[in-house]
Structures are given as C-alpha cells and as structure tokens.
Design a protein around this ligand. Structure first.
Ligand SMILES: Nc1ncnc2c1ncn2[C@@H]1O[C@H](COP(=O)(O)OP(=O)(O)OP(=O)(O)O)[C@@H](O)[C@H]1O
Length: 299
C-alpha cells in the first residue's frame, strides 16, 4: 500500500474494483484541502473624492476554494472588475483584507507583492496583451525565462507542451497579427497557464469570441482548476459559462447578492477518497468519476 502522502500534488488514477480500490498510473483530477485559497473580507473600494466619491465595493466578503472555477456575475457597473482587481493584488481596497495562501495580500511590501504575483498569479484580460513582435511560442517562453529564470531549452519544452494542449502546435511560429481572435486568446491563456499558477484571474475572457472559441477557452480554464488545483476567478456576463463553473458569485451595486454552488455529477468512486486525511475532500469531476488528484496549495 502506497501512503497517500506520497501522492500529494501528484496525479494518480483510482480504480474501484469490487468494493476495493487500487491506485494506479497518472491521471488528472483534484482533491483539495478544503481551505479557501483566497478570501476577501469586508472589502470597500471607492473612486473619486468629496462630493463625487462613489463606492464600487461596499463590504464584500467571499471565500474561493482551490481547484474550483468561480464566476463573478452581475449587471454592468456592479463592481465585478473592481472586485477582481482588489482580490488579485492589482488595486488596493480602501478597507478590508485579502488573504491568499495564508498571507495578507495588502500588507505585503511592493517587492514581496511583485514576487507573489509573479510566482502565484496569472491574469487574462480582454485585449490579449500579447507582444506584437513575438511568436506564439516566444510569448510563453518569455514568461518562464523572465519570471522563473528558466533555462532556454526547458522554457521551449514547456511552452511547446502547453501550445500542444491548446491545439496551437502548428501556430507556434505565428505572431499576433497573423492569428485569429480565438487563437490570440488561447495564446494569452497559454501564457497565463504555462507557469502553473495558484490563481488565475480572468476579466471577460470569452466576450470577444464566438461560442466555439469561447467554449474552448472556458474548458481550458475549467481544466486548469480541476487538474492543477488552481483557483480560477472569471468575470463574465455570459450565462453560457454557468454550467462550467463550480460556484457563481452575483454582485449588485457593490454588494454580494448571492453565492450559488453549481451541482456536479455525483462522484461514484467514494472508495477513492476513503482514508484521506480529514483536511482533504474530493472535488467531483464531470464526465470522469474515477479520476482523483491530491493537491496541496501550500506546497
Ligand atoms: N478608475 C475608476 N474611476 C472612477 N470610477 C470607477 C473606476 N473604475 C470603476 N469605477 C466605477 O466603479 C463602479 C464599478 O465598476 P466596475 O468596472 O467594477 O463594474 P463592472 O461590474 O465590472 O462593470 P462592467 O460589467 O460594465 O464591466 C462603476 O460605477 C464605475 O464607474
């Protein structure tokens, strides 16, 4: 019997066999420590001053679990992008705290914050923000070389692997001007995912895409949550994304109106998770009831 601790952060397949369980070979899935990876507490954020001052966030508190895809929805002007920016370390709140991986984000010094963002956070915005002069492969390589000091050969290998997962192997040599909108968005997502972030923050990542490309993008983000244990937070107006999510947060007028857990199919192989340390729980996976991954966000 292989101790479960050996599997922390690694992939395995659990196969139920007549009530028993054997753990074999690599396969993606998620079991996460049920502690929020990210927690916003009583967040206020205003813009302007004096008589023109208005509050975009009015006391928002919310927890976000690792291994989950969260949607932030609500009417235009309700504060979604402001909340995303505050939670992701890009915009300082007036008051309130943001905790991430056990750290108080807004108490970090600038350098520490920069390192934290570089190591743990990825951002996906509407405009793609790709470098015009770089090829698809170079857009990914540069993140690894600059961000992690990754040697050129390894960076190329990792970039090519992610481009392959995105179905972009044949486009690796193209520059942004030579790509379609969907391809550019996939490269932007590849750039966000190549460093295996703990947090992915995406603001309207599908709004400029047709549904075929949009579905591909949301599938990639779902996989990132489920298979890498990342906490993914997506601001969107698109109700078609809801079935892909684990949780939907609804904002209105700067306040959280509701938090809805989206039902997933039941996890048949309960045997897979028996014997787990109590700090861990499984996250059921759609379409594949026997895949399990242990993930520890603190590692
Ligand atoms: N930099 C800014 N300066 C002044 N007001 C701002 C600024 N950013 C946001 N606001 C205001 O804060 C409120 C919330 O804006 P926010 O962009 O967070 O809303 P949203 O829900 O993301 O909207 P949308 O869906 O239209 O993108 C709005 O009233 C907006 O005008």
């Amino acid at each position: 019997m292989i101790p479960l601790s050996r599997y922390l952060g690694r992939l395995f397949r659990g196969e139920a066999d007549g009530g028993g369980l054997s753990l074999v070979q690599d396969a993606p899935a998620v079991i996460c420590r049920r502690e929020p990876a990210l927690a916003g507490v009583d967040l206020f954020r205003s813009f302007g001053s004096g008589e023109t001052r208005s509050y975009a966030l009015k006391g928002v508190s919310a927890d976000f679990q690792p291994g989950e895809l969260n949607l932030l929805m609500g009417p235009s002007g309700s504060g979604k992008s402001t909340l995303l920016a505050v939670l992701s370390g890009l915009l300082r709140p007036d008051t309130g705290t943001v905790g991430a991986l056990g750290r108080d984000v807004w108490r970090m010094g600038e350098d520490e914050m920069e390192r934290f963002r570089l190591r743990h956070c990825s951002y996906i915005f509407q405009g793609y923000n790709l470098f015009p002069a770089l090829t698809a492969r170079e857009q990914l390589e540069i993140v690894l070389k600059w961000g992690e000091g990754c040697p050129a050969r390894e960076a190329r290998c990792r970039a090519d692997r992610v481009l392959g997962q995105l179905g972009l192997s044949k486009k690796a040599h193209l520059r942004p001007a030579e790509m379609s909108g969907g391809e550019k968005q996939r490269v932007a997502i590849g750039r966000a995912l190549v460093k295996n972030p703990s947090f992915v923050f995406a603001d309207e990542p599908t709004s400029a895409l047709d549904w075929e490309n949009g579905e591909q993008v949301i599938n990639l983000l779902t996989e990132t949550a489920r298979e890498n244990g990342a906490m993914v937070l997506v601001v969107t107006h698109d109700p078609r994304l809801t079935p892909f999510a684990d949780r939907v947060f609804e904002l209105a007028d700067g306040q959280l109106q509701s938090e809805t857990e989206i039902e997933t199919e039941s996890f048949e192989a309960e045997a897979c998770v028996s014997g787990l340390p109590s700090a861990y729980e499984h996250t059921p996976l759609r379409n594949n009831s026997l895949r399990v991954r242990l993930y520890d966000p603190q590692e």
